[in-house]
Each structure stands twice: as structure tokens, then as C-alpha cells.
Design a binder for this molecule. Structure first.
Ligand SMILES: Nc1ncnc2c1ncn2[C@@H]1O[C@H](COP(=O)(O)OP(=O)(O)OP(=O)(O)O)[C@@H](O)[C@H]1O
Ligand SMILES: O=P(O)(O)OC[C@H]1O[C@H](OP(=O)(O)OP(=O)(O)O)[C@H](O)[C@@H]1O
Ligand SMILES: [Mg+2]
Length: 325
């Protein structure tokens, strides 16, 4: 039990596969597929105690919910839809900046008077009173739909479960409206559907998700620490730049301006014995900070991107281990 490996669930198909692979490789985590293995498993090069499970995005959610996987990359939409007690079962450690998609309520464009959920409520009541039947909603997001409609006080409807080509349901007569995921809107447009003005149920993206029900052995915890440390180190490096300049001495006013005025950090403290100062700052503050330094007589100012910034602790690990206790 104390050496139960960490199971890391990685998308093996679909929309998230390529970006997820890129995300791990950027963090220096090389996924190696075991050869000849009977089940679909792999490992992480150079990181002990890790088993990779290659699964679809929705299977990853199921494994995280049951504790069959410790960590995984999957869409928030699937987490919210498929785990009824998501708050207790999992922790969303970090949004990953890819796999963006909205879960939306869409109606036929021909319904020109229907723009909002309130309008939809009128349509539903009307259908019920005048035609004695309920408005049908085609979707695979049954739970998200129920919660959202209830939140808008809409009760006169019936869900028609749809497991593919949901956008076609209004045209075929299987349902009046739909709830589905959309990124570009092209599929909705091709089916003459429109998103209601207040019909965005969830703005989703891929997340790094931890299971709170997995067997968190010492081995699994150590592996998670290694993985999260690399991810955090790459993320910090990617979102900042390092400026170097000879300032001689650093007066208090300039130091305050660097830190408070520009969100800068002095990772190695004040200037070294040669008067060289190293500043880390968010990428969008580089030019302003470089100007500040040259205005204060420091030149030249060099700027570079870094690969990693390793720290003894990071927000991802802290989040996970606080939750695990
Ligand atoms: N345009 C999009 N359409 C659908 N999903 C998207 C889109 N963009 C990002 N995603 C994300 O990708 C996740 C996985 O969707 P995808 O359709 O790729 O799964 P899949 O591996 O094909 O599995 P399935 O066979 O169950 O559809 C979605 O739940 C969502 O979080
Ligand atoms: O807004 P768009 O950019 O046009 O994307 C939306 C489409 O993508 C998804 O389907 P997917 O391709 O994943 O097929 P699936 O339903 O078979 O999983 C979704 O169900 C829509 O059909
Ligand atoms: Mg799909």
C-alpha cells in the first residue's frame, strides 16, 4: 500500500490529446508508452512510481471520481457533468489554457423572438398550455442542463438524451432546442442554431485534476510532488522574463517601484558584488521595467526567457497536499 504507484491519466484521443502531450513535454515530463504491455499503460521517463493510463477525456473523469487515477488532464465540463459531488471527489489544480469550449443553450435561429432564457420559459409554458406537450432539450449534459434550467426557474421541459450529432436534433424533430459544447460556433451556425444571450452554462477548459479518493501512498505523494514541481517551474518561467542590469546600489525608492509598481521580484536579493541586479517580472511588464531601469542610469538592460524556475514549494503542490491533509 505504501508503495502504490501514482496513476496519471492522459487523454489518448480526441480534442485534448495533442495539447495535453505538449503540456507534459514542456514541463520536462516525457510520457513513454510501454511496449508489449497488455493494458494501455505507460510511464514517465526518469520519474519513479508513476503509471500512465491512456484514456478518453470522459474515462479520465470516471477514474478520477472513483480513485482509479490520482492525477489527470480533462475538460471541466466533463468534471461538472459527470461527478455529482465534484467538490468532495476531486480538486481542480490548474486550468491549462487549452481545450476551451462553452456549454451553451442553443435554439433555432428562426425563433426570432427568443433571445434569453426568460423567452425560452415563455415558449415552454406556451407549448405546454397550447399543445399539451413539453419542450424537448437534446443534450448529453443532463446534469448541467437540469441545474441551469432550475436556476432560471424553467420546469416545463423534457431532456432527450443525445450521444452525438446533438446539433441535428431540432432539424430532425427529435427536440426543439439543444445544450451542447461549442468552440468556434461553426457547428451551431451550420445547423441554423443560435446561443441564447444568457445561455452560457459553463466556460470550460482543460484542467489538471487531482482525485481525493485515490490511494495516496507515500510513493504516489512523492511522484506527485516531482510532477507538480516541474509543471509549476515551467509555468512560472513561461509567464515571466528575467531582466539583468548594472545598478550599482539599489535605493529604496527604485526597489519599491520595481516591486510595487511593476510586479517585479528580486529572486536573488539586491545587487551582487559587481552591482548586477536580477529582476523577474510578468512578461507584459518587461518594456516598462526596462525603461525604468535605464531611466535610473542602469545600462544595458538585458532580458531573457527562462526554461524553468524551481522553488522548494509551489502553489500546485500546496493546493494538493492541503486538500489531502
Ligand atoms: N469544440 C469542442 N467540442 C467538444 N469538446 C471540446 C471542444 N473543444 C474542447 N473540447 C473539450 O474536449 C473534451 C473532450 O472532447 P472530445 O470530443 O475530444 O472527447 P473524445 O475523446 O472524442 O471522447 P468522446 O468519444 O466521448 O467524444 C470536451 O469535453 C471538452 O472539454
Ligand atoms: O463550435 P465548434 O467549433 O463547431 O465545435 C462544436 C462541435 O464539437 C463537438 O463535437 P465533436 O467534434 O467532439 O464530436 P463528438 O460529438 O462526436 O464528440 C460538439 O459536440 C460540436 O459538435
Ligand atoms: Mg468528441
Amino acid at each position: 500500500m505504501s508503495d502504490t504507484p501514482l496513476v496519471l491519466a492522459v487523454p489518448s484521443k480526441g480534442r485534448l490529446q495533442e495539447n495535453a502531450a505538449r503540456f507534459f513535454s514542456r514541463a520536462g515530463l516525457e510520457v513513454v508508452q510501454s511496449r508489449g504491455a497488455r493494458d494501455y499503460r505507460g510511464r514517465l521517463a526518469g520519474v519513479a512510481g508513476v503509471e500512465i493510463a491512456f484514456l478518453s477525456a470522459s474515462d479520465i473523469v470516471a477514474q478520477l471520481a472513483s480513485g482509479g487515477a490520482h492525477l489527470g488532464v480533462t475538460g471541466e465540463d466533463l468534471v461538472r457533468e459527470e461527478i455529482h459531488d465534484a467538490e468532495e471527489a476531486v480538486e481542480l489544480l490548474a486550468p491549462l489554457g487549452f481545450g476551451h469550449a462553452n456549454v451553451v443553450v442553443a435554439a433555432p435561429q428562426a425563433w426570432i423572438d427568443v433571445r434569453t432564457m426568460a423567452d425560452l420559459d415563455d415558449v415552454a409554458a406556451d407549448m405546454r398550455v397550447r399543445h399539451g406537450r413539453k419542450m424537448r432539450v437534446a443534450t448529453k449534459y443532463i446534469n448541467l442542463t437540469r441545474q441551469f434550467f432550475a436556476g432560471h426557474g424553467i420546469a416545463d421541459y423534457r431532456i432527450v438524451e443525445s450521444l452525438g450529432a446533438t446539433e441535428g436534433a431540432p432539424a430532425t424533430g427529435a427536440a426543439e432546442i439543444i445544450v451542447d459544447i461549442t468552440t468556434t460556433g461553426a457547428t451551431l451556425a451550420a445547423n441554423a442554431l443560435k446561443v441564447l444571450d444568457d445561455g452560457i452554462i459553463l466556460r470550460s477548459e482543460a484542467n489538471l485534476v487531482a482525485s481525493l479518493r485515490a490511494p495516496w501512498s507515500e510513493t504516489a505523494r512523492a511522484a506527485a510532488r516531482t510532477i507538480l514541481t516541474r509543471i509549476a517551474a515551467e509555468e512560472e518561467a513561461r509567464t515571466m522574463r528575467e531582466l539583468t542590469a548594472r545598478v550599482g546600489t539599489l535605493d529604496a525608492a527604485l526597489e519599491r517601484e520595481i516591486i510595487e509598481g511593476h510586479g517585479g521580484r528580486l529572486p536573488f536579493g539586491g545587487p551582487d558584488e559587481r552591482g548586477l541586479l536580477t529582476v523577474h517580472c510578468p512578461t507584459d511588464r518587461v518594456f516598462a521595467l526596462a525603461a525604468l531601469l535605464t531611466d535610473n542610469g542602469a545600462e544595458p538592460v538585458t532580458v531573457r526567457a527562462l526554461d524553468y524556475v524551481f522553488r522548494a514549494s509551489n502553489a500546485l503542490s500546496e493546493r494538493l497536499f492541503t486538500r489531502l491533509g
